[in-house]
Write a protein that binds this ligand. Structure first.
Ligand SMILES: Cc1cc2nc3c(=O)[nH]c(=O)nc-3n(C[C@H](O)[C@H](O)[C@H](O)COP(=O)(O)O)c2cc1C
Length: 363
């Protein structure tokens, strides 16, 4: 058994300081969450966009599969100002829609029922047995009281020292420092209207955050193997939160076309842009992302996502990688198909081997 315990492990009730990043929109199945937790790490559900009923059902299933430590992640977001109107956006996508045999302009969509709020999701998840809360994109103040009432620690993801201090002042029990390499949305709390956020790499961010707060820090972004885990432990982090590596886990719900795109992806093949959802995120570059990034502008967080609904569905059904939006980190090409437990074991064992080797170097 790997000896890699940090004080974070006691805080979260885990054995190995490896976290599955809660990833919204499907990848974090109950099987994936349970496999990571049963292997000694922390499995985390990406709850944003789920109904409370589906989240409760998934947590129950993870518990049936043997998970005791279970995390739930919510994105803390609010509406933001659109930078364009729906007609201009649709106009910029005429070619894309034609290639997918979709009509232009898009037919008026049926109104979307309001999604469950971050508070509703956290309340439901904690009642269903989640033991840890993680947040992304905004100040955890919004949900801190719910977690405190159930004795669940809150880890807030940030991308700057200023946001780390703010999260700590809001009662976060730990900080996830998200470097620029990370797949998914940038954790920056207040995104300027032009969508341009500072991109501070994991190597530069983690020690600054470690020095700035008095709670455990978890590193996130570009950590793909035991070398990465050892590196962030050396920077003062007490653990690592991985998203992209687990997308290729056998138990993840990532579609075959997504998996095939990530495997072997060059480190230069992703881009950060707010043009896809209305908030900056790191995506695999393809024809759709380049078209959006070229500048029609977004119609605001929420409406922008729905404006691409039929494109996303058609691209997924047809297995068309050039028109499917795919979130991924810069390290994607290092991921490979493996059972989640094997990923946790391999990363932990490799980190120990790296640290032992480094110890020998220093003697
Ligand atoms: C597909 C995908 C979805 C993500 N969804 C979320 C999310 O819902 N909430 C969140 O806080 N972070 C989300 N993230 C960001 C992760 O929390 C984490 O910062 C990132 O995956 C770490 O970098 P890595 O992908 O290089 O491991 C997502 C990342 C990916 C790749």
């Amino acid at each position: 058994m790997t000896r890699l315990q940090t004080p974070l492990c006691a805080l979260l009730g885990i054995r190995i300081p490896i976290l599955l990043a809660g990833m919204a929109a499907g990848p974090c199945t109950p099987e994936l969450v349970a496999a990571v937790s049963c292997a000694g790490g922390l499995g985390v559900f990406g709850a944003t966009g789920m109904t409370t009923t589906a989240l409760e059902r998934d947590i129950e299933r993870a518990r049936e599969l043997g998970a005791t430590a279970i995390g739930v992640n919510v994105q803390i977001t609010h509406p933001n100002a659109p930078r364009t109107d729906p007609a201009t956006l649709a106009n910029a996508l005429v070619d894309v829609r034609r290639a997918l045999d979709l009509p232009s302009p898009p037919p008026a969509a049926a109104p979307h029922p309001p999604a469950a709020s971050a508070r509703e999701l956290i309340d439901a998840a904690l009642a269903a047995g989640a033991t840890v809360v993680t947040t992304g994109l905004g100040d955890p103040a919004e949900i801190r009281d719910l977690a405190a009432a159930r004795g669940a620690p809150v880890l807030a993801m940030v991308a700057s020292v200023a946001d780390a201090r703010r999260a700590r002042a809001s009662g976060a029990d730990g900080i996830i420092a998200q470097g620029a390499e990370a797949g998914g949305h940038r954790a920056t709390f207040d995104v300027p209207a032009d969508g341009r956020v500072p991109l501070v790499g994991t190597l530069a961010l983690v020690p600054r955050v470690v020095d700035a707060v008095d709670v455990p820090v978890v590193a996130s972004g570009g950590i793909m193997d035991g070398r990465g885990l050892a590196a962030v432990l050396a920077l003062g982090a007490q653990g690592a939160s991985l998203g992209t590596r687990f997308l290729l886990a056998t138990e993840s719900a990532a579609a075959p076309i997504y998996r095939a795109t990530l495997a072997g992806l060059p480190e230069t093949a992703t881009v950060v842009t707010d043009a896809v959802t209305g908030r900056p995120a790191r995506w695999v570059r393809n024809a759709l992302i380049d078209r959006l990034d070229a500048g029609p502008g977004h119609v605001g967080w929420g409406p922008q996502r729905h404006a691409l609904d039929d494109i996303r569905t058609a691209a997924a059904v047809r297995g068309e990688p050039e028109y499917l939006p795919m979130l991924a980190g810069q390290g994607a090409g290092m991921a490979r198909e493996q059972a989640a437990a094997a990923i946790v074991d391999e990363i932990a064992d490799e980190a120990v081997a790296v640290m032992t080797r480094l110890g020998d170097l220093a003697r």
